[in-house]
Ligand binder design. Structure first.
Ligand SMILES: [Zn+2]
Length: 253
């Protein structure tokens, strides 16, 4: 059964290289089955699915967009902020080193006792008997956006509606730091328990902001597998909006 009548792009999905359920190949097969025209894989702090996915997509004849999703922090905001990189080059050395740092940070958080020689601060904390407290090394927005740009990609602010009353300030900061687009369509109702009318309002508001501030429009299902009750492509980007992202990429390179 064909789910969609026109060409749709899902630019926010996860595989089992981060916290998704499907392998890159399974996700691509599902995208083809779901009649999706283009798929971005945007794993958290991971780019390890991208090469295999790119190769497999080519073979299968579906447009593939290599991506990533990275969390950052800004002192002035209460929310951790998530940024999506689209069209990144997974071979870029700056991106690879950023991902390596993010991943080692994750390992430290998971197994603090195993890595006591990694940093002085950390060792001191352990000696003080504070092994449960692990300083979280986070990068700021500027660093993430710059690394995405260095790796030939476009920066998209993920699900701005999540940031509630800080939403507009975060969008402004993101744009000042070089961010280029925002997610409009996102499953707020299913993933964040928003009321349908709230989701509608947020999406309308974001559409206007994107227009006003001349930001690119992105979006996606944040698909992690079938467990969350979301189907691939449920939230998406039109071909027109996708082509605008692509044309900026062509200008950048
Ligand atoms: Zn996500």
């Amino acid at each position: 059964m064909e789910k969609f009548s026109s060409k749709l792009f899902d630019l926010h999905t996860h595989t089992n290289s981060s916290d998704g359920e499907l392998t890159p190949k399974e996700l691509i097969d599902l995208a083809i089955e779901s009649k999706i025209s283009g798929l971005a894989i945007t794993d958290h702090d991971s780019i390890s699915a991208l090469k295999e996915a790119e190769k497999y997509s080519k073979k299968k004849g579906i447009e593939f967009i290599p991506g990533v999703e990275i969390r950052c922090h800004e002192k002035e905001f209460n929310y951790p902020i998530e940024i999506i990189g689209l069209f990144i080059n997974p071979d870029n050395s700056k991106m690879k080193s950023l991902i390596k740092q993010l991943q080692s940070n994750r390992i430290i958080q998971k197994f603090p006792w195993k890595f006591k020689t990694l940093t002085n601060v950390f060792t001191k904390l352990l000696f003080k008997g504070k092994s449960s407290f692990v300083p979280k090394k986070c990068f700021d927005m500027k660093k993430i956006i710059r690394t995405i740009k260095d790796s030939e990609g476009i920066s998209i602010l993920a699900h701005p509606g999540r940031y509630m009353n800080e939403m507009e300030k975060i969008i402004d900061k993101f744009q000042i730091e070089g961010g280029q687009g925002i997610e409009i369509n996102y499953p707020y109702v299913k993933l964040l328990n928003f009321k349908p009318q709230t989701e509608k309002k947020i999406i309308e508001g974001l559409k206007n902001l994107a227009l006003q501030k001349n930001l690119l429009v992105s979006g996606g299902s944040d698909f992690h597998g079938n467990k969350r009750g979301i189907f691939l492509g449920e939230k998406n980007v039109s071909k027109e909006d996708f082509e605008k992202i692509r044309s900026l990429i062509l200008q950048q390179t």
